[in-house]
Design a protein around this ligand. Structure first.
Ligand code: URA
Length: 237
């Protein structure tokens, strides 16, 4: 059943109703790893990880970290009003209520982390940690060294410069090229917009690593549970 966020916080004993509103306004409350500052957001506490100052309201559940090779055609939200397949449907045998760390477009495949640890999800996504995300893009055409350099140094997207990126052309032909790109920002459809901005639309996109954690040979649609040592790799880049 959906309830207002401040009511859920108050009912959990984490804060009085008035304090709960103050905490939300101060940006101290996250839902599935994202800070929520609007008042009156309604959600079902059973299907979301709600944290105050990074601490989960339902902290009794064991923390789990999953690496999934998301196929295209799956959506990274927990439910979809349009009825498209959601990534959590692929997690057969996982009983914990996990949520995706960040997002991948419907038409993007590859590494997707899922967890029930709101604090960790927030750390991974917080810009101050500058966690690198590496993608392989198949683009239309063959960008020149000058074109590539524009993306390396940063270009203006939606009125803001992108941070410097690392790029390597893996294979080039006049019709299509494969390019590896590493960025630490997470703007919506950023890689697609970056290549489109220099005139080489993305035809296919795959995320191959979060920091030093690589997708490796995990087949499409399959997942594995990460060991603590692997989790550390995310921050080692
Ligand atoms: N950049 C994109 O354009 N799409 C993604 O899914 C991820 C990064």
């Amino acid at each position: 059943m959906k309830e207002r966020l401040q009511k859920i916080l108050a009912r959990s004993g984490a804060a009085s109703r008035r304090k709960a509103e103050e905490f939300i306004r101060q940006g101290r409350v996250t839902v599935d790893g994202r800070v929520v500052t609007e008042m009156g957001v309604k959600l079902d506490p059973e299907s979301h990880e709600i944290c105050l100052d990074g601490r989960s309201l339902n902290s009794s559940e064991d923390k789990i970290y999953i690496l999934l090779n998301k196929p295209t055609g799956y959506i990274t939200t927990l439910d979809d009003p349009q009825g498209r397949p959601v990534v959590t449907k692929l997690l057969k045998g996982i009983s914990q209520r996990v949520f995706p760390v960040g997002r991948l477009d419907l038409d993007t495949e590859g590494a997707l982390l899922l967890t029930n640890d709101g604090e960790m999800a927030q750390r991974i996504q917080h810009p101050s940690f500058e966690i690198n995300k590496t993608y392989v893009a198949r683009v239309s055409g063959s960008p020149s060294a000058d074109d590539i350099n524009k993306l390396v140094h940063g270009i203006e997207l939606d009125g803001r410069l992108t941070w410097p990126a690392q790029l390597k052309v893996l294979q080039a032909s006049p019709r299509t090229s494969r390019i590896r790109i590493t960025i630490h920002e997470g703007r919506k459809r950023q890689v697609r917009k970056m290549f489109a901005a220099i005139g080489y639309p993305v035809l296919a996109l795959k995320r191959i690593a979060y920091g030093g954690l690589e997708l490796g040979s995990l087949p499409s649609g399959k997942f594995r549970i990460l060991r603590p040592k692997e989790l550390k790799k995310i921050f080692a880049s």
